[in-house]
Write a protein that binds this ligand. Sequence first.
Ligand SMILES: Cc1cc2nc3c(=O)[nH]c(=O)nc-3n(C[C@H](O)[C@H](O)[C@H](O)COP(=O)(O)OP(=O)(O)OC[C@H]3O[C@@H](n4cnc5c(N)ncnc54)[C@H](O)[C@@H]3O)c2cc1C
Ligand SMILES: *[C@@H]1O[C@H](CO)[C@@H](O)[C@H](O)[C@H]1NC(C)=O
Ligand SMILES: *[C@@H]1O[C@H](CO)[C@@H](O)[C@H](O)[C@H]1NC(C)=O
Ligand SMILES: *[C@@H]1O[C@H](CO)[C@@H](O)[C@H](O)[C@H]1NC(C)=O
Ligand SMILES: *[C@@H]1O[C@H](CO)[C@@H](O)[C@H](O)[C@H]1NC(C)=O
Length: 492
Amino acid sequence: MLSLLLATALPLSSAAFGLNPLFGNPSAACSNLTSTFGLGKVAVSELDLRYLNSRHSYWNTKLDSHAPSCVVYPANAQDVSVILKAIRGTDSRFAIKAAGHNTNDLFSSVDDGVLIDLSHMTGKLYDESTTLATYEPGSSWGELYDYYLQYGRTVVGGRIHDVGTGLALGGGMSYLSPQYGMACDGFRELEVVLPSGDIVTASGTQNPDLFFGLRGGGGNAFGVVTKYTVQSRPIGNLYAGNLLYVSDHHEAILNATRDFILYNTDPKAAVLMNFNVLTTPDLGLGLDQACVMFLVYDGEDPGDAYENFTAIPHIMNTLGPKTYPQVANLLIPGLAVISRADNVFRIGVHRADDDSYKTAFDRFYQWSQDHKGDYTYIHMDYNPVPKSLTDASKAQGGNAMEMPDGPWFWAEYTITTPPLISDAKYDEIQASFRDLVDGTPNAEGLPFFLNEAHKDQNALRTFSSYARLQQIKQRYDPDGFFANRTGGWSFA
Ligand SMILES: Cc1cc2nc3c(=O)[nH]c(=O)nc-3n(C[C@H](O)[C@H](O)[C@H](O)COP(=O)(O)OP(=O)(O)OC[C@H]3O[C@@H](n4cnc5c(N)ncnc54)[C@H](O)[C@@H]3O)c2cc1C
Ligand SMILES: *[C@@H]1O[C@H](CO)[C@@H](O)[C@H](O)[C@H]1NC(C)=O
Ligand SMILES: *[C@@H]1O[C@H](CO)[C@@H](O)[C@H](O)[C@H]1NC(C)=O
Ligand SMILES: *[C@@H]1O[C@H](CO)[C@@H](O)[C@H](O)[C@H]1NC(C)=O
Ligand SMILES: *[C@@H]1O[C@H](CO)[C@@H](O)[C@H](O)[C@H]1NC(C)=O
């Protein structure tokens, strides 16, 4: 009854939206898992609150339409191994879910298959003698930051607290990345359940090729990571906050962002430029738009790092002393929860020493004005990749992106489509948005950012390591079990 109500209450039918063909026998997989684990670890009923919570908590709410046959909550690597074998034995589809923030269809969601929800694996500990932090995949970054703060330490992870640990498998951009590299650069040892069900360790010395692939080559490709051991970092008080600009200062903000990318040399200073447009009319006053700078300095005195931004007239300035958990909650507390909607990411990559910082923006801005009504909200973010970041990455052995020396930047685009539109209209808007993003030339030789790429952008192909990643995929997923039975980046 409740499921019927839910089904009719959902604004969109899932019919045209990426439903995967029925494979194998998912109900046999679910009964196998139920007899193996009991109902304590498996939710089979659509009335089960655990099922509802696992299914209806994606940041891209479009993914909520997918109906898994059951949801299983492993407690450890042994459970994951048993689960993968049961799924394989019935030839079913499956998905691996951490916090469900990836916007791509069927990456962490599944229809007629088993959803492996890692949210019950929340173990975490700190080893003071080695300064290494070990955590399981089920916590949010905010929970990890809160936990490690008692030791005056933190781990390199997401900028918003409720995003999940899958972020690190796609690289992972943090406010601390200009100092310490991407989240995946901090990996020291991973516990991994391979597609075969074997439990192995991946590190610089054990299965080093697997370790390489997992450092930013994407989740759900080579296995399930059940434990991360990473280099923790010291954290104290920070100086951070937002500047909010409303009227027409685009050019000055873009210039300041470009100058920051090109000239800032202080690795403790991080910025994120976030330009937002609402579907409401501009009325020639710029009332439909706002630019928000996220400024985070790892230390109490930022010197002149942010002067070029504070010099531009703004209507709000929340810069001041902050703790790290507060930094993961800037602007609007609970931002990621509030912003759940029909959200899709796309990515571009540019250098700041030509005019692409401006042409990419201008094209985006023009699209926003020409497509009123096709979105409720869109935004574009500039993520600087400074030389200090790529140096820190190299110093720790490098990652699957094999990041060329900074400075350069990722341009991330997000579209939130209106809730009550037809599937045909949805597809038409997404195609136009894709053409906007893909029509802006990207810099040669720079990798896309997996965490913010759309699956049709073939992001792995932009990696100089692509051929090597294909070999690693072949080695660890030799019969294509993951390739054929769960979503994720294409290696074909
Ligand atoms: C509000 C918001 C803020 C964001 N901020 C940042 C940011 O600051 N920096 C950044 O880099 N990115 C950011 N992102 C992008 C984010 O990194 C990606 O969406 C990422 O995929 C989310 O990981 P997740 O665990 O939340 O999601 P999920 O969708 O659960 O997982 C992501 C992918 O990894 C796989 N996966 C997850 N865990 C495992 C595992 N243990 N083993 C194998 N595969 C696994 C899943 O199958 C899926 O394909 C943000 C996204 C949102 C929505
Ligand atoms: C579950 O599947 C596994 C792998 O195919 C099999 O070995 C096991 O016997 C099955 N267990 C049950 C209870 O069906
Ligand atoms: C931005 O930079 C460009 C090129 O360097 C310059 O021509 C322009 O006047 C600057 N605009 C503002 C508002 O600072
Ligand atoms: C501020 O901008 C100027 C150019 O207008 C540049 O020379 C300077 O390095 C910038 N400052 C910082 C801290 O980025
Ligand atoms: C399964 O994967 C393998 C290797 O990736 C591929 O060759 C094969 O065609 C796939 N099979 C199906 C049924 O998709």
